[in-house]
Design a protein around this ligand. Structure first.
Ligand code: NAD
Length: 276
């Protein structure tokens, strides 16, 4: 018996890293998954893996920051699977600089991706979730739906990340507010803040050979300095970075029925590091 049979999950940024690992986990538990990523190839690859394993998945490619994205994402779920049960706001990247060198463009790009996009997605999902919750209440049924937002240990402050840490602190406020607004709809709204997880986002920068996020016509280098990777490892009580699968496991807790009576909470998945 799979735990999430019949549920539809929408996961942003699920072509790679933590989102990808979560998509595979949710699909293995029977969920139908709407895969989003900026990049078509990794998104389609995840869809293929899920389908080959006998699951159901569909891609909705594009930047979460596009003004029409939220409606398109919700429509993809409704057109293909008739509803929404789980939304995970995970897509993201970093574009760092100290505050005196940070441009407005840099500030808004990161706020838009990590905070405005989740807000728009939840707003667009409201009519679908509300109609389903009302019909279930009228039938005397209590069905829990799940929103999981992704924050970071950086939410409590990280030099060079004024934009990212502000967005990741903001998503905690959005989580707590939505848990209050949507409790009557039986939606659990929670948040996971990650410490150091080994993904493309936290690979060592490799100068000109660094990987890039190609978003809104810009190419932003992703990765962090090796000295920061070493410092993070030293500060992590469990002694190593987490894997994408371990990180996905913490998101999965909030997607599963075991969290039906938990809402408005933030947990830190950081091997003992991080305190938001
Ligand atoms: N890795 C860590 O140590 C760490 C720590 C704290 C928080 N996080 C957060 O975890 C989330 C997942 O990151 P990850 O570590 O798996 O990184 P990742 O780079 O491996 O995966 C992120 C995915 O999101 C996609 N993406 C980026 N911007 C997008 C956009 N505008 N629209 C659609 N897709 C977009 C990327 O293409 C990529 O496939 C992010 O929100 C990140 O801020 C990660």
């Amino acid at each position: 018996m799979t735990k999430l049979a019949g549920k539809t999950a929408l996961i942003t940024g699920s072509g790679r890293g933590i989102g990808r690992a979560l998509a595979l986990k949710l699909a293995s538990e029977g969920a139908r998954v709407v895969i989003n990523d900026l990049d078509a190839d990794p998104a389609n690859e995840v869809v293929e893996i899920i389908r080959k394993a006998g699951g159901e998945a569909v891609a909705c490619v594009g930047s979460v920051t596009a003004v029409d994205f939220a409606e398109r994402f919700v429509k993809t779920a409704v057109d293909n699977y008739k509803g929404i049960d789980i939304i995970v706001n995970n897509a993201g990247y970093t574009w760092d600089n100290v505050v005196q060198k940070m441009t407005d463009e840099q500030w808004y790009a990161i706020i838009d991706c990590h905070l405005t996009a989740p807000f728009r997605i939840l707003r667009a999902a409201y009519p679908v979730i509300s109609a389903a919750a009302k019909a279930e209440a009228a039938a005397g049924k209590e069905v829990f739906r799940k929103v999981v937002n992704v924050s970071s240990a950086a939410a409590s402050g990280n030099a060079g990340q004024a934009n990212y840490s502000s967005a990741k602190a903001g998503i905690i406020g959005l989580t707590k507010t939505m848990s209050k607004e949507w409790g009557r709809l039986k939606v659990n709204v929670n948040c996971v803040a990650f410490g150091h997880i080994e993904t493309r986002l936290t690979e060592a920068l490799a100068g000109e050979a660094s990987k890039t996020v190609d978003v809104e016509g810009r190419k932003i280098k992703v990765g962090i300095q090796q000295s920061f990777i070493d410092a993070m490892r030293a500060m992590t009580p469990l002694g190593r970075p987490g894997t994408a699968e371990e990180a996905a496991g913490s998101l999965y807790l909030f997607c599963s029925p075991e969290s039906d009576y938990i809402s408005g909470q933030v947990i830190v998945c950081g091997g003992g590091f991080g305190n938001v």
